[in-house]
Design a protein around this ligand. Structure first.
Ligand code: C5P
Length: 217
């Protein structure tokens, strides 16, 4: 099965939410899984747009890369890249961002033992793409969980109105965020279920894209 003639948008990596000109709130996503997914889609013949958070990874061959930093920028870049046949949300998007970015470096004062940050919710890019007027035929999410992986993943599948969700356990050695290997459990809203790996992220990405291309028909 080939993805020739299909347009695939992939989001990958973390987002950085700035507090001031020198500090940000980030997360441990390396971007490796999302970049492997973009690479696999391109190798299977798709036209690929990769919306990448701040990561130090080379751009896969035959992939159009759009670099962003914050959840707000990723949101804008993904929506601007529509329409597409497939959207794969592999980014670890910040759920909250500071209400305001301080114009200068936040200074600690004598006697200041605590600092309270006010954070506001970011847009849920994946959930928005799934109900967008230009909704791709397949909307695929990732769920990184430390526990109750299946239960939380299936919950997100329903709540965000996805077609597929690829779940993995994070916080265990040899899988998840910073590793080159991973194991995925893929669930579909139609009851579909498939375990992929443990295997190198490159191979998992190939398997996931084969699965996606079969479902596109
Ligand atoms: O709800 P949770 O963040 O665990 O869901 C993970 C999935 O949702 C991932 O596919 C991620 O890319 C996507 N997501 C998003 N926008 C957010 C938060 C998560 O697209 N603000």
């Amino acid at each position: 099965m080939s993805l020739r003639g299909r347009r695939v948008i992939v989001s990958a990596g973390p987002t950085f939410e700035d507090l001031d000109p020198v500090r940000f709130i980030g997360n441990r996503s390396s971007g490796k899984m999302g970049f492997a997914v973009a690479d696999a889609a391109a190798r299977q013949g798709a036209e690929v747009v990769l919306v990448a958070g701040p990561v130090a990874l080379p751009t896969p061959a035959n992939v159009t890369r759009i670099d962003v930093r914050s959840a707000a920028q990723m949101h804008a870049a993904v929506l601007a890249a529509l329409p597409a046949d497939v959207y794969i949300g592999a980014a670890a998007v910040a759920d909250f961002t500071p209400r305001a970015v301080a114009p200068g470096k936040i200074k600690k004062q004598a006697g200041m033992d605590t600092l309270v940050l006010e954070l506001v919710r970011t847009p849920d890019i994946l959930a928005e793409v799934a109900v967008h007027p230009r909704r791709p035929r397949l909307v695929v999410g990732f769920a990184a969980e430390t526990d109750h992986v299946e239960q939380y993943a299936r919950g997100k599948l329903e709540k965000k109105q996805l077609d597929l969700i690829a779940a993995n356990r994070v916080g265990v050695a040899g899988s998840g965020f910073e590793s080159d290997e991973n194991a995925l459990a893929v669930y579909g809203r139609d009851g579909f279920e498939r375990a992929l790996g443990p295997a190198p992220k490159i191979q998992l990405a190939d398997n996931l894209l084969e699965l996606i291309s079969t479902r596109l028909g």
